[in-house]
Write a protein that binds this ligand. Sequence first.
Ligand SMILES: O=C(O)CCC(=O)C(=O)O
Length: 364
Amino acid sequence: MASTFTYNDENSLFNFVVKEGNGVKGLVDSGLTEVPDRYIQPPQHRINKLHIAESLKDMTIDLSELDGPNHDQVAKAITHAAETLGFFQVVNHGVPLELLESLKVVAHKFFAQPAEKKAVYLKGVSPSPMVKYGTSFVPEKEKALEWKDYVSMTYTNDGDAHNFWPNECKEVALEYIKTSTEMVKKLLQTLIGNLGVKADDSRLDELVGLKMVNMNFYPTCPNPEVTVGVGRHSDMGTLTVLLQDGIGGLYVKKGESASKEDEEWIEIPPIDGALVINVGDTLQILSNGRYKSAEHRVRTTSTESRVSVPIFNTPLPVVKIGPFPELVARDGVARYREVMFGEYMNNFFSNSHDGKKSLDFASA
Ligand SMILES: O=C(O)CCC(=O)C(=O)O
């Protein structure tokens, strides 16, 4: 990899970090002591501690109870969370705890490799369009870059995963997808059932038919107060399952309508063995606005590098998404238009993170 670059020369920095695949990790390893200008967020996007409310400690749901006598109570807690914050955590979710530990280990292992090993998965050269290594979100379009490197693996079938996904993480990532699938379907069934809508098994499968597992790496940052790990955004899919490590730094916005000055953000505290679940735009659209996709973001830290491993469960690109007809009839209005999920996804990936603006693509 090229080793000469100038921190505050935009082109030279962009080439080093983005095009050559050195990532934020390469930047940090080069020994920088302060973040380059390109990473400095405008004040309104910085994570201001004054506006951060307490940690969300009391929204952890024991999913094993969904099959027992407390079913109704647990289903109510799930739907309440989806109608309000759009975020909750689950335990006894069916994903083995040792697997969760292995995921964190392999994520660190992947990013610890020399840049040239990771750069083989850069967009345009990756052996498969289903595997992509990169940094930030849409660097070409962002005024300020996000302090994050990632590798993204889209599941098509086991054979492709074995052939194309990175050796360092493919077995565990695949197992994570397989062991979480039933939980995701159960949650979706509960949420859709609560709307009084009938969705058979094949419709449920369609709505979470595309699975993308990402490994995110947030290196230590010398200036956490002016940077972000991930900027404010909601996820595009139906439900996201997220494993975070013990470092913390994931925040969700409380309420939808507050002005930037008044908004409150709540930290989703790391809980050993738990998985974080959040509602994505697709579920907000399907439910005609009843369930809220969660606007969230991630801060950086100067003490330790952080990893997280989300699975984005989304519809297949050819699936049409729009409010369930039963709800439109009941509400007397369709709050969103019907769109092909593939189009929604293309729009999502062509714009930098900007809160819940992604939903405008489907506004009625
Ligand atoms: O790292 C996290 O906790 C959240 C990651 C995230 O929001 C994303 O990858 O879209």
